[in-house]
Design a protein around this ligand. Structure first.
Ligand code: PGA
Length: 249
């Protein structure tokens, strides 16, 4: 089964009701693309975002969920709540959650399982720090994160993996195409369904580098932070996907 390209935007803690015209602005690029388009706004905007993109084919997702379906967890949001608000996906284990909230692989696994149980596709994030890369441990670290973060029963499950080197997030730095190609191929070998699981690259994806990154065989899309806040930039990244399917000269 061919993997469909997924271009996902992560708004992080940005956006307000006035940002919802973003969906109309990217609709032409989304319509002309074969890629699946996903936007993960802050949870306060999720329901309105889902309404704003109804009928456009654009999907919305959460940025995190709790590992339990409900209960006494003040301030948290469960996967079924995201689903009810209109989400199809949820990002779990983003490095900002791992760093700011001390999320461990075991917790990310529990969140991935909660997402699947609620009918959401978990977008499971992994990635090494600069020190780990410089020590030559990038592949080992990412393989270990995957081993600990994937759901216990992940075969035949709709999972998305996002490789996001921590040092490339929000810094303007991107991994070289060779490093991305090597890492994505290593990640694929760690997956129970290597042929069908979509692996995104994230970390300073911009209109200027999207075509090169998306052109790699094992890169099935992008998880875009900063450049997903501007409809012009995000539309340009969506447009870069069509170049992925053009034959190489
Ligand atoms: P960035 O963020 O594109 O701003 O580097 C990517 C991410 O954190 O998903």
């Amino acid at each position: 089964m061919a993997r469909r390209t997924l271009i996902a935007g992560n708004w992080k803690m940005n956006g307000s009701v006035s940002s919802l015209d973003f969906f109309d602005a990217i609709a032409p690029a989304a319509r002309n693309s074969q890629a699946e388009i996903l936007i993960c706004p802050p949870s306060t905007l999720l329901y309105q975002a889902a309404q704003a993109c109804a009928g456009s084919g654009i999907r919305v997702g959460g940025q995190d969920c709790h590992a339990r379906q409900s209960g006494a967890h003040t301030g948290d949001i469960s996967a079924p709540m995201l689903r009810e608000a209109g989400a199809s996906h949820v990002i779990v284990g983003h490095s900002e959650r791992r760093a700011d909230h001390g999320e461990t692989d075991a917790l990310v696994r529990a969140k991935s399982e909660a997402a699947l149980e609620a009918g959401l596709v978990p977008v499971i994030c992994v990635g090494e720090t600069r020190e780990e890369r410089e020590a030559g441990r990038a592949v080992e670290v990412v393989a270990s994160q995957l081993a600990g973060s994937l759901p216990e029963k992940s075969r035949d499950m709709p999972l998305v993996i996002a490789y996001e080197p921590v040092w490339a997030i929000g810094t303007g730095l991107t991994a070289s195409v060779d490093d991305v190609a090597n890492m994505h191929s290593a990640i694929r070998q760690c997956l129970p369904d290597p042929l069908t699981t979509c692996i995104l690259y994230g970390g300073s994806v911009k209109p200027g580098n999207a075509a090169d990154l998306l052109g790699l065989d094992d890169v099935d899309g992008a998880l875009v932070g900063g450049a997903s806040l501007k409809s012009i930039d995000f539309s340009a990244i969506i447009a870069a996907v069509s170049r992925k399917s053009e034959p190489l000269r």
